[in-house]
Each structure stands twice: as C-alpha cells, then as structure tokens.
Write a protein that binds this ligand. Sequence first.
Ligand code: PMP
Ligand code: GLN
Length: 381
Amino acid sequence: MVSKRLEPFRVSIFSEITAAAHAAGAVDLGQGYPSWEGPSFAKDEAIRALVEESNQYPPYIGLPVLRQAIADRWLADTGMAIDPDRSVTVTSGCTEALSATFIGTFDPGDEVVLFEPTYDAYPVGCALSGAVPRYVTLHSPDWSIDRDELRAAFSSRTAAVLVNTPHNPTGKVFSAEEMTLIAQLAVEFDAIVVTDEVYERMAYARPHIRMATLTGMWDRTLTLSSIGKSFSLTGWKTGWAIGPERLIANVRSAKQFLTFTTPNPMQFGAAAALRAPDSYYADLMAMYVAKRDKLVSGLAALGFGVRPPDGAYYILADHTRFGLGDDVSFVKHIIAEVGVAAIPPSAFYHLSDEGSRLVRFAFCKSDTVLDEALERLAKLA
Ligand code: PMP
Ligand code: GLN
C-alpha cells in the first residue's frame, strides 16, 4: 500500500498515456517530449566529460562550471548579475527543483496558491510537504484570471504562489499586468513566488516575463527551470533554482537528501548547452511557431475548437463536436480507434470541470509525426 500522502496520485497521467500509446502503436502527441534528439554541442560535451572528467560525486549544489553558465545566461537574459555560489543551485530536472522547493520551504498547513489547469507535480509537492493547495482557475477560452478569485485565494496562511509561465497545458504566457498583480498580492500577503519557467524559450505571442526581475521581487522569488525543453534533452533531468541566498538554502537542504547530487556528465553537457548563442533560441522558436501553426490549422480543419497557444508546446483543443463523451473517453477512443495519443486534461483540474471538453496535443514532434497524426485524426470526421 502506498503512503496516504501519495495515495491520491497513483501513476501519472503522462506515464499512463505513454504506455497506452506504445501498446496500441499510436502516434504519440501525449507526453511532452520531442521526437528528435538534442543538439550535438551539448551531447558531445557530455560524452567528453564521461570519458575525461570525474565520474564520482560532484558537489551537491552543482558543478561550478554549470552554476557559472546558469549565472552568465541569467545576466544575458535579465541584466542582473548573480552570485553562482549563493544564488544558483543545480537539481535533477525542474521536477526535483520543485519537490526540493516544496519540502525545503513549506511546513504542514502553509498554503500555496496554484493556477489550474495545474501541472501534476505541484499538488504532489504540496502532499510531500504538507502544504495546502489553494486553486485559482485560468478560464477558457483565453485562460484569463478573475482578479477577485485570485485575491480570495490569498490569506495570512499563504506561504507562496506558484506561477508556471509559459504555461503547461494552456500555453498561456502571463501578461505584464497579471505578473504585476501576482507580485502585488505576494508582497501584500508576505508570500514568496515560485516560478516554473521550463518553457521560457517558447513564448510566441508576447515576451516571457521573469517574476524575479520585477521591482522588489528578487528577494521573494525562486526561479526554477531546466534544460529539458529548451534543448530537447528531456531525459537528461538537469535543472536549477535561482534566487536569493535564504531561499536557495532551503532548496539545497532538501536536495541533499533527495538525490544529493545530479550526474556529472550531464552537468558538463548542460553547461555547454547554456553557452549556445542567441541564434539557437531564435531558431528553436521559429521551429515551434511553424509546428504550432501546422497543428492548429490541421485540428481546426478537422472540427476541433482551437486557438493558437501563446507559448509552450501544447494545444488544448475542444473535442465536444465529435460527441465522444468526456476527455477520458475521447482519448481512449482516439488511442484505440484512430491510433493517436493525447492527454485528457481533467486530471489537471480541481475546481472547474472545463477539462472534460478539452484534449491536450503536444506539438514537439517531427512534421512527419504531426502529419501522420492529422491524417489519422481525419477518421473522426
Ligand atoms: N514543469 C512543467 C510545467 C513541465 O511541463 C515539466 C515537464 N517536463 C516539468 C516541470 C519537469 O521538468 P524536468 O523534466 O526538467 O524535470
Ligand atoms: N512535462 C511533460 C508533459 O507535460 C511530462 C513530464 C512527466 O511525465 N513528468 O507532458
């Protein structure tokens, strides 16, 4: 029997759908992993490190070469110089940055404001730490925030608000006004802000705003990210937390007992990745805009209700026109009868039932895969 704490979560929807997709031989637009491999400038350095560098425990806070690369990239992106020894810590993916943040920062009963649809690791982080989630719905079709609902989620018990921008699964890129509103509430209620920025290089409609760069927010913000999405290396599980020393110390306290360290060769490879020129990011963005447009227009032509997402690499489409029931039945049907896998998003909702009429498709897939998926989905019509 799994512990009571984790009992509500069972197998993640991503693992469940990936397994079902493989078993059925379906084209997989489910879990968000690219259908190609990451760049050789990162992989070659990881190979060199595996052969030439130490394969023993690196420091638990991360290799100096990687922490320096993270600090240099932060300076290039924000104009803020940060101390790689005090303000940066390396983690095993953003997933560990999240769990170490929750476990190292919150006490049972602390409240954490989460937006829904909610990435599955956040409620689990609450369960691991004893923190209590307070959900605020991003309302379809434009994923807007109701100011009164947001304010009502804050109280004297609020320890943190978690902002994932660009957002999985809606693609929402939080606007300057929304980020400012969240910052004001965090200050008013003396809460910290935890940001999950794994899709930071995929903001198409408007610039990605980093909470830590807003006036007065550095001291109360933990910025979490990883190289998984930006470098199509989701299997490397190499990420980081950036923030003021007092908050980074919390993440480190937990990290040292979760994994202790993150594998050496991947840290060398990640440092090389982060030294990529800006043109690398421009090319990545152009590639994803083209894939987004292909899948959006293909799904719209088939009768899905769809809007181009502003960021990240997912499309949340309305499937109700096909009359196949809720999101779970719809996904079961397309895996078994159409040969395409997608994610049923009701798993990401806690208050609203908006998820039941939606389905999440990932477009981090080769054009051949996207075309094949669209061809198969044509059977629905
Ligand atoms: N946060 C979000 C919003 C994600 O979609 C993902 C999934 N990849 C993660 C965190 C996990 O990142 P990592 O693979 O670096 O652990
Ligand atoms: N972030 C990936 C997604 O949303 C899933 C990663 C995972 O399986 N934990 O598809």
